[in-house]
Design a protein. Sequence first.
Length: 456
Amino acid sequence: MNLKSQISLNLSVTFTIILGVVLAVVYFSFYKFRKDEFKENLENSALITANYISRFPEDQLNADSDSITNVRNSVEDNLFKEKVLVFDGHKKLIFSNISNGKVEWNPGKLKQLDEKSKIYWLEKKHENIGLKTVINGEAFYIFTEAEDVNGNAKLDFLKIMLLSVYLIGVGFLWIFSYFFMRKQLKPLDEFKDRIVKLSAQELNVKMEERKTNDEINVLIRAFNSMIAKLDHSFQRQKEFTSSASHEIKTPLTRMAFQLENLKKESVGEENREKISLVQKEVYHLSDTVESLLLLSKIEENASEMLEEVRMDEVIFEGFEQVRRNEPDFEMDFEILKSPEEGNLSVRGVKSLLKIVFVNMLKNAVAYSEKPKVKIEVEEEKDHIAVRILNKGELISDDEIDKIFNAFNRGSNSRNTSGSGLGLRIAKRILDFHHAEIRYESQFPDLNIFTITFPTT
């Protein structure tokens, strides 16, 4: 998950929780208010009933049904399905407004009123309150039960409204936070794209700075400053590489010329072989310097030098160059697979690709039992694979990960001359062409290097 999504998610989750808490507080506040208000109504209704009943003698309440009707009609009753029970100080029922049906009560509630003067409980949707009061010197136990239909209806409506507000608000909030963060962090996306596309050829291209002084613009300024320093260092490095290569190449050319002339003189067969060995080393060093010089020049304007390059042509040109110093060198070339529309071509810099195969073939000659190599080419719709096979001492598993490092030479190179730069230069050129190279072996003596070039 990228930074933009993380910030958007954290912001959305935070405000979702806050909104949920606020709406929950609103709901439970109204729930408590309704409950307290209805409890107060129940208590007032009970007290009014008790005060009115206290005016009648007990025998009149029990004997005269009209008295009960008068009590029920005299109380301003706004409670739905209200039930009232009144007991005297001896816990004897003296009044009930239940005209039809059996009158039942819980004696345990009467005992609770001896300990507490007021109790409240809820049975399903019916709310109950019990009071113990003294009127005109007489004790009364009053129980009132009713259902707050109006209040519960309002509470249900509020719950639906708050839930709707929550769902709509959360949906809007998540959408808003996504697009808001996308807009706010757009410079970071541009910053990321610039870094991804960064290459040695674009170190002088700076990001556009904004007129704000926020953290993103500070980061852009720091990035531009870093790029400027890298470009300066890189230019100095290329200048040094180019100058050093020129300075080294000139005496090497003279040495090669002098050695060639010396071979033509009568120096004896033994000395002539020694001169040939020295000459090979000079040619090898000259090729390495030439490769470094060519790399430093091409990287400056590589995109302008890209062209369609046929793999078979480059391989054979590299073979001919190696064969000049290795007359006995043999190559077995085979095309294993190629589609009808294929032409074994990749987009690249031909001179660089030639260096790759020259270095690979030199390695094959140097580390082979016989100066012979086999090359297999296989073309698919999206890539071309080139396999270079030679028989010789295998590279150990511990050294496989290091063979493309600069100046690294394996244990199988103890008796072989070289600089340890050939595979490193080849790998660098292949990276430039977005190609891959890997090594594998088959027991007992088959070394295989596979180079895969993308064609799309």
